[in-house]
Write a new protein. Structure first.
Lengths: 524, 389
C-alpha cells in the first residue's frame, strides 16, 4: 500500500479588521482523495469567491492546479476575516504546496487581489497593513505594486508585484528582490482656497469667528437666515487651516485607505479634509459601523472639518452620538468578537436657521413660525451638544455694499495670509503645551485639568471669568469654553497672559440661552 | 506743594481751635476777594483782626497761640509732609464737583494715595455696616464688595472693625480700588488692628480725612465723618446693621444728599439686621445680588454719558478722530458712540463695526463690558438698551 502523502506549505499575509492591520497565516495542504478545494478560517463570501479567482489565475499563468484534495486554512481561525486581499497568498501557498515552485526565503509575507488572468490588483487598507508589519523581520514582503508609494511614505521596505508570474519569479529567487523605494514627497504648497475670507467683509462678526475657530480649533455654530453665507463660511474656514503635519496625514490616510484604494493625488495632498455631511446621514455612517466596522464621517474628518449643515434637520440620535468623539477624540465600535477604536479628532462646524422659515432674526414681521414651532425647532439640538460649541456666531443679512464688493472680482488673497498667521499661532500653542508638559494640542482641543495655569490666567482674571460666567449663567463647561476661547484671542494678539478684555470678547461669542434668543417680544 | 499744605493745615487749626468755622472762613475770603487758601494764609496777620472777635473767639485764639502745634508750626508741617500726607481744598480743581453743591462739606481734605479714584467718570459705592457682623453679614459684604470691585467699581468705607474692614479687604484681594474715609488724622490708625490694611490702602487705594494730623480722636466726630463717606458715593449699601447702629447715620446722610440707599434683607428675627429691616421699611432699595447695584450704577452712568453725547459737534469730532488716528480712540469715546447708535434702534455688532470702522475685537470687548454692566442686552441677537427712555 502506498504511503499517504501530504504536502504542506504556508505563507503569511496581512489583513485589516476595523483600522487595525493584522498578520494571518495561510496554509495549504494537498491530500490524496477526490479532487476538491476548501478554504476554512471564518472567511466571508469574498474569501469563498477567492477559490475561483485563484483557480483561474493559476491556470492562466501556465501552472497546474492540483487535481487532488486541497485544503486551505487561514489562521488565527477564530477571528472573522473578509476581503479579496487573501487571493495572492492562497495562490502562492498552493503553488508552494504542489511543489511547482521552491523558495529560498524562510518567510514570505504577501497580499493582493488576483484577476482571472493573474494580474495583481491593489486592495483598500494598505496603510494599516503596512503599519502592522513588524519592524524586525526576515524574508520577503510582496505587495501590489501601487502600494509601494504608501510603503515609501511610511518608510517600510517592500517589493511590488504586477502579476502572479512576477510574484512567482521573485519568490522562487529567479528575479532579485528589489525593495528599493522611490521616496514620496508631499505637496507642500496648498492649493488656492476655493473661497476667500474677504467675501465676508460685510460681516465682521462672522469673519472674526472664523479666524478664531481656525486659530484655536474651536467648534463653531453659525446661525443665520437662508442666503447669509453659512455654507460659504464653512468653505472659507477650510481655506484658513494650515496644512496637515506628516503624522496627521498618515493618521488620516489610515482611515481613508481602509475605505478605498488611495489615488496618488490623495496621497500627496496636505489639505485638511472637509466632510460635508447631509442631514439624512445615519448613525453608522456618522460614527462608523456596519458588519465589518468601517470608519464613519467623524473619522474621515480627522484633523479637518466636519460640516453639518441644517443642524436641526439631523436626527437627534445621530447628533447625540457626536458627544463622545467630541470629548475623547476617538470612537469605539463594539462587536461580538472585539472592539474597534477609530480616531475622531475633528473641528465641528455647524450651521442652522434660526427657525423653520428662517426669517426670525432678520425680519421677524415676515416670520410665519409660531413660538412653539421655533422652540421645537431649536430644541431638536440637545443642550449637551450645544454645550460643546465654543463659538456661536450670528450671520446678519448681507448689505448692498458688501453684495457689490463680492461681485467685483478683486482677487484678494487674505485667506492665504491668514493661513500663514494661523500656522504661527498654532506654533505658539504647541510651545505652551511643551512648557506645561502636556501633549501638543490646540486651545480648543485642550481637555486638561488646571486650564487656568496652563493658559496663564492671573488670579484676578480667573475671578473675573468666574464672575462673568456667574452673571451670564453659564455652566462649568461654558466657563471652560470661554477660557479656551479667551486664550486664543490672547494668542492672536500675541499676548503672553490672558487679560480681562480677552475674556470679555470671548464672552460675546457665548451661546445664548435659547430662551434669550426667542424672548424679545415677551418682555418688551 | 508745601505752601498748599501749610495753608490748609493753618485753616484746619483755625477750625479745630473753634476760632472760625468753614463758612466763616469762606465769608471772610469773599469779603476780601481772595481765591485760594494760600492767599488767606499769606494775609493772615492783617485779616485775623482780634478786635472783631467775640469773647469766646478771643479766648480760643489765645489758647491756640499757646498750643504746641502753633508754636512749632513749621515742624508740624514737616511732620505731615514727611508722613506722605497731601491736601486739597474747596477751591482746588481736584475737589470733586459732586460735593460742591452739598451743604456742610469740608473746606479741606487730607489724603494719602491715588486721587484719581475721585474722578467723576468712576462709579463709587459705599459699603458700610455693623462693627460686629454675623457670618451672614461678613459673607454678604464679601460677595458684594468682590463683585462690584471686579466691575471696576470703587468701594468706599470707613476702615472700622467688622463690615467696613471686610469690604476693604475683599475689594483689595481681587485687585479692586478702595477708598477709606478715616475718623482721625492720617498720621494715626484707628482702629489699631487695621494697621496693615491702612498701609495697603495707602499704596493701592486712597485714604481720606477731614481732620489734620495730630488732632485727637473723638467719638462725637464719628457720625460727622459719615456725611463725607456717603457724599463721595453714587449709592450706599448697608449689608448688616443693628437697630442703633451708627451705620444708620450714614443712611440718613445719604438720603439727605439724594444718594440711593440699598439694604440687604435678612430674616425678621435677626437682631444683627434689625437696622436693615427698618431701612427697608422706610423705603430703602432692596439688594439681594450685586447686579441690583450694578443696574442702578448703569442708570446713573448712562444718564451721565447720554448728556455728554447730545451734541452733534462732539460726535463728529469723535468720528473724525476714529478715521484719522484710530489707535488713540479711548474706550469711553467708543462707548459714547455706541450708546448713541443703540439709543435710536436695535443694532447688531456687525452694524456697529461697520459704522465705526474699528476692528471687531475692539468693539466686541466694549460691547461685552457694557452688557456685563447691565447697560445693554441682547434681544434677537441685536443689542438694545436695558433702560427704556
Amino acid at each position: 500500500m502506498e504511503q499517504v502523502k501530504i504536502r504542506n506549505a504556508k505563507v503569511k499575509t496581512l489583513y485589516i479588521s476595523g483600522l487595525e492591520g493584522k498578520v494571518a497565516e495561510v496554509e495549504a495542504s494537498i491530500f490524496q482523495g477526490l479532487p476538491s478545494f476548501e478554504v476554512v478560517g471564518l472567511g466571508d463570501s469574498s474569501i469563498r469567491e477567492a477559490k475561483e479567482r485563484v483557480r483561474a489565475s493559476i491556470r492562466s499563468c501556465g501552472f497546474l492546479f492540483p487535481n487532488q484534495r486541497l485544503l486551505v486554512n487561514i489562521s488565527p481561525a477564530y477571528l472573522p476575516k473578509s476581503g479579496s486581499s487573501f487571493d495572492l497568498a492562497i495562490a502562492m501557498a498552493i503553488l508552494l504546496a504542489t511543489g511547482q515552485i521552491r523558495s529560498p526565503y524562510e518567510e514570505i509575507t504577501i497580499y493582493g487581489e488576483l484577476s482571472l488572468t493573474g494580474q495583481v490588483r491593489a486592495v483598500p487598507g494598505s496603510i494599516s497593513r503596512l503599519l502592522s508589519l513588524p519592524k524586525e523581520r526576515k524574508g520577503l514582503c510582496l505587495v501590489p505594486s501601487s502600494d509601494q508609494k504608501e510603503a515609501a511614505l511610511l518608510g517600510v521596505s517592500v517589493t511590488g508585484v504586477d502579476d502572479l508570474t512576477g510574484a512567482v519569479e521573485i519568490v522562487s529567487g529567479y528575479r532579485p528582490n528589489s525593495s528599493g523605494n522611490t521616496p514620496v514627497s508631499f505637496d507642500e504648497a496648498l492649493p488656492e482656497p476655493s473661497a476667500d475670507i474677504s467675501c465676508l467683509c460685510g460681516q465682521p462678526a462672522a469673519s472674526r469667528a472664523l479666524v478664531l475657530s481656525a486659530a484655536g480649533f474651536h467648534n463653531l455654530l453659525m446661525v443665520g437666515s437662508p442666503g447669509t453665507g453659512k455654507s460659504l463660511s464653512a468653505q472659507i474656514l477650510q481655506g484658513l487651516l494650515p496644512p496637515l503635519s506628516k503624522e496627521e496625514k498618515i493618521d488620516l490616510l489610515r482611515v481613508e485607505s481602509a475605505l478605498t484604494v488611495l489615488s496618488p493625488e490623495t496621497l500627496r495632498s496636505l489639505v485638511r479634509p472637509f466632510r460635508y455631511v447631509h442631514h439624512t446621514c445615519t448613525s453608522s455612517a456618522m460614527v462608523g459601523g456596519g458588519r465589518s466596522a468601517t470608519p464613519g464621517e467623524v473619522s474621515r474628518a480627522l484633523h479637518g472639518i466636519l460640516f453639518l449643515d441644517e443642524l436641526p434637520e439631523f436626527s437627534p440620535h445621530v447628533l447625540d452620538l457626536l458627544r463622545v468623539p467630541l470629548e475623547t477624540g476617538s470612537i469605539t465600535i463594539s462587536r461580538s468578537y472585539g472592539n474597534h477604536e477609530f480616531p475622531a479628532r475633528f473641528l465641528l462646524v455647524s450651521a442652522m436657521n434660526p427657525c423653520r422659515c428662517g426669517k426670525y432674526l432678520e425680519s421677524p414681521s415676515e416670520c410665519t413660525c409660531t413660538t412653539s414651532m421655533i422652540s421645537s425647532y431649536q430644541g431638536r439640538i440637545s443642550g449637551a451638544l450645544l454645550d460643546r460649541m465654543d463659538i456661536y456666531c450670528v450671520l446678519g443679512r448681507i448689505t448692498e455694499e458688501s453684495l457689490l464688493s463680492t461681485m467685483k472680482d478683486e482677487n484678494k488673497k487674505e485667506s492665504v495670509k491668514w493661513r500663514e498667521r494661523i500656522r504661527e499661532i498654532w506654533e505658539i500653542q504647541y510651545r505652551r503645551c511643551d512648557e506645561a508638559g502636556i501633549p501638543r494640542q490646540r486651545n480648543g482641543e485642550c481637555r486638561e485639568r488646571g486650564l487656568g495655569e496652563i493658559f496663564r490666567f492671573g488670579k484676578r482674571e480667573m475671578e473675573y471669568a468666574a464672575m462673568v460666567a456667574h452673571q451670564m449663567k453659564m455652566s462649568v463647561r461654558g466657563l471652560h469654553r470661554m477660557i479656551r476661547l479667551a486664550r486664543t484671542i490672547a494668542d492672536l494678539e500675541e499676548s503672553r497672559d490672558v487679560k480681562e478684555d480677552h475674556i470679555t470678547e470671548a464672552m460675546s461669542f457665548r451661546l445664548p440661552k435659547w430662551g434669550e434668543a426667542r424672548g424679545g417680544n415677551d418682555h418688551a | 506743594m508745601r505752601e498748599k499744605l501749610e495753608a490748609d493745615l493753618f485753616c484746619s487749626l483755625l477750625m479745630a481751635g473753634k476760632i472760625m468755622n468753614g463758612t466763616q472762613i469762606r465769608l471772610l475770603m469773599g469779603r476780601n476777594g481772595l481765591n485760594s487758601l494760600e492767599e488767606l494764609y499769606y494775609a493772615r496777620s492783617e485779616l485775623l483782626n482780634e478786635k472783631e472777635f467775640s469773647l469766646k473767639q478771643k479766648e480760643n485764639w489765645k489758647k491756640l497761640q499757646e498750643s504746641k502745634v502753633y508754636k512749632e508750626f513749621p515742624e508740624y508741617v514737616d511732620l505731615a509732609e514727611s508722613s506722605g500726607i497731601g491736601s486739597f481744598d474747596f477751591f482746588d480743581p481736584v475737589y470733586p464737583s459732586y460735593l460742591h453743591h452739598l451743604p456742610n462739606m469740608p473746606l479741606v481734605l487730607y489724603y494719602k494715595g491715588d486721587l484719581s479714584l475721585l474722578d467723576e467718570s468712576r462709579s463709587r459705592v459705599a459699603i458700610v455696616g455693623t462693627r460686629r457682623p454675623s457670618y451672614y453679614g461678613r459673607r454678604v459684604t464679601r460677595e458684594f464688595s468682590r463683585n462690584l470691585a471686579l466691575h471696576d467699581v470703587v468701594i468706599i468705607s470707613g476702615l472700622a472693625r467688622g463690615v467696613d474692614g471686610t469690604a476693604h479687604m475683599s475689594c483689595l484681594e481681587c485687585g479692586g480700588k478702595t477708598i477709606a474715609v478715616m475718623p482721625c488724622g492720617l498720621d494715626q490708625v484707628y482702629p489699631g488692628e487695621h494697621k496693615e490694611l491702612f498701609e495697603r490702602i495707602s499704596r493701592e487705594g486712597l485714604l481720606l480725612s477731614e481732620l489734620a494730623p495730630c488732632q485727637p480722636i473723638t467719638r462725637q466726630y464719628f457720625p460727622a465723618r459719615n456725611r463725607i463717606l456717603s457724599a463721595l458715593s453714587d449709592c450706599v449699601l448697608i449689608t448688616e446693621a443693628g437697630r442703633n447702629s451708627g451705620t444708620l447715620h450714614t443712611a440718613s446722610f445719604a438720603a439727605a444728599q439724594s444718594r440711593e440707599v440699598f439694604a440687604v434683607p435678612n430674616t425678621v428675627y435677626s437682631e444683627t439686621s434689625e437696622g436693615n429691616l427698618l431701612l427697608l421699611k422706610d423705603g430703602a432699595q432692596i439688594a439681594t445680588e450685586p447686579e441690583d447695584i450694578m443696574a442702578y450704577l448703569a442708570n446713573v452712568a448712562f444718564f451721565r454719558e447720554l448728556l455728554e453725547i447730545k451734541e452733534e459737534y462732539e460726535q463728529n469730532k469723535l468720528r473724525k478722530k476714529i478715521s484719522q488716528e484710530p489707535e488713540k480712540v479711548t474706550e469711553n469715546e467708543i462707548r459714547k458712540l455706541i450708546l448713541e447708535m443703540i439709543g435710536s434702534m436695535a443694532v447688531s455688532t456687525d452694524d456697529i463695526v461697520k459704522e465705526l470702522g474699528l476692528p471687531y475685537s475692539h468693539v466686541a470687548k466694549v460691547l461685552g463690558k457694557m452688557e456685563l454692566e447691565g447697560k445693554i442686552q441682547k434681544d434677537r441677537q441685536k443689542y438694545v438698551l436695558t433702560i427704556r427712555l
